[in-house]
Design a binder for this molecule. Structure first.
Ligand SMILES: Nc1ncnc2c1ncn2[C@@H]1O[C@H](COP(=O)(O)OP(=O)(O)OP(=O)(O)O)[C@@H](O)[C@H]1O
Ligand SMILES: [Mg+2]
Length: 368
């Protein structure tokens, strides 16, 4: 059931929309607000799934101003702007307009705008990206986190999974409250579908984070198959599912890589990393991944070539490079320690721009 808050100051229009919403099985009305301040206060405390805002709201602030404010206080809320045919508006997720509903509009158009029921977009497969490296410390966590934030900023629904069940890092590089739930709170198999959303923690900018367990002894409670099930379920409701994948090619890691629709291998210009990547890629070939899913390279710290070249890596691994990231010790380590993704806290640095390019290449690759 999705909770919808209506922000509309014309009583007749509010009543018309309420009647339509009442006919939509998958939504319930969380309230009707006529003033910006009260509306934003309710969104801040209740974080509804959807808000419908009249673009022509009278008063000091416009519907668009309210939309931007709502995006700030509740990034996970879908924002539907209500307008009339004389005043056409285009959806622009980056400007806090996820969809537009044109009055008087039918039930079909309403369902599409709210993305519910049979209109709900199921993207499914093609969007689960595993960030992997056969060597520890190459930058998997940093890349997974920042790519997720960039894709979210572009208006996409993004889930970020910590695939490292023991000593996972995502909860330490984000401001995760101690009460946040994790994989261990997820019921197995069939029951997972109904409760997966309750286990997600809303991270920076509205990225939905599925955390790995907080205690090392809890890692055994999570089955590899359940991780794959969670990835597939999240891919039905998110445009992208980004997975921070463990280094060791164990049964659990293979379950993640099997479920992934794309694998990004993080490499650096270190011969040991390249050699181990070669061995991992041989394993992927043996598992039949070649041709089944794109496997692409991300060169981290690409400004430190150490006698190797871009062409050399592509040749040795026989895979294309999707993107390159520079070294920035200060920005990267400070952002991880301050628990603020650098694409948000330092968006104008070279490394943030490089992550943005990487995310754009990823989107282009997925479209292929
Ligand atoms: N481009 C970069 N510039 C500067 N420092 C970096 C860069 N990439 C990664 N680092 C540093 O390297 C360390 C490891 O990064 P990160 O934790 O993302 O790697 P990882 O592959 O997830 O490691 P693990 O295998 O332990 O999970 C961090 O301390 C980070 O600050
Ligand atoms: Mg890591």
């Amino acid at each position: 059931m999705k909770r919808v808050l209506l922000i509309e100051d014309l009583p007749q229009v509010a009543q018309h929309l309420q009647q339509m919403l009442a006919r939509e099985n998958e939504v319930e009305i969380a309230g009707v607000q006529t003033h910006a301040d009260a509306a934003i206060a309710q969104v801040t405390t209740e974080k509804p799934d959807i808000v419908m805002i009249d673009a022509l709201l009278s008063g000091k602030v416009t519907g668009f101003d309210i939309a931007k404010k709502i995006r700030e206080v509740s990034p996970g809320t879908r924002i539907v702007i209500v307008t009339v045919p004389q005043r056409p508006i285009e959806p622009k997720p980056e400007q806090a307009i996820d969809a537009v509903f044109v009055l008087p509009g039918g039930m079909n158009e309403l369902g599409v705008a709210m993305n519910v029921g049979r209109h709900a977009k199921t993207t499914r497969h093609g969007n689960i990206v595993a960030i992997y490296s056969p060597k520890g410390g190459t930058g998997k966590t940093m890349i997974a986190l920042n790519i997720a934030c960039v894709l979210r900023r572009q208006g996409k629904a993004v889930a970020l999974l910590d695939g490292v069940m023991q000593f996972g890092a995502l909860r330490h590089v984000l401001q995760v409250p101690p009460t946040a739930r994790s994989f261990v709170d997820l019921p197995a198999a069939g029951a997972m579908k109904v409760s997966i959303n309750e286990v997600l923690w809303e991270g920076p900018g509205g990225v939905h984070v599925l955390l790995s367990p907080g205690r090392p002894e809890e890692s055994d409670l999570v089955q590899a198959a359940d991780v794959a099930t969670a990835m597939n379920l999240l891919s039905e409701t998110h445009d992208y599912v980004i997975v921070d994948t463990p280094t060791r090619l164990s049964e659990d890691t293979l379950a993640i890589l099997d479920a992934a629709s794309m694998i990004l291998i993080v490499v650096t210009y270190m011969s040991a990393t390249v050699a181990n990547s070669r061995a991992a890629i041989d394993t992927f070939d043996a598992l039949g991944y070649k041709g089944a899913k794109p496997i692409l390279l991300v060169v981290n710290q690409a400004d430190t070539p150490g006698g190797m070249s871009r062409g050399g890596i592509e040749h040795a691994l026989n895979l294309p490079i999707l993107g390159e990231l520079p070294t920035d010790w200060k920005v990267v380590s400070e952002s991880l320690n301050k628990q603020q993704p650098f694409v948000i806290s330092n968006p104008n640095t070279a490394i943030s721009k490089a992550i943005e390019n990487l995310a754009n290449s990823l989107v282009a690759q997925q479209r292929k």
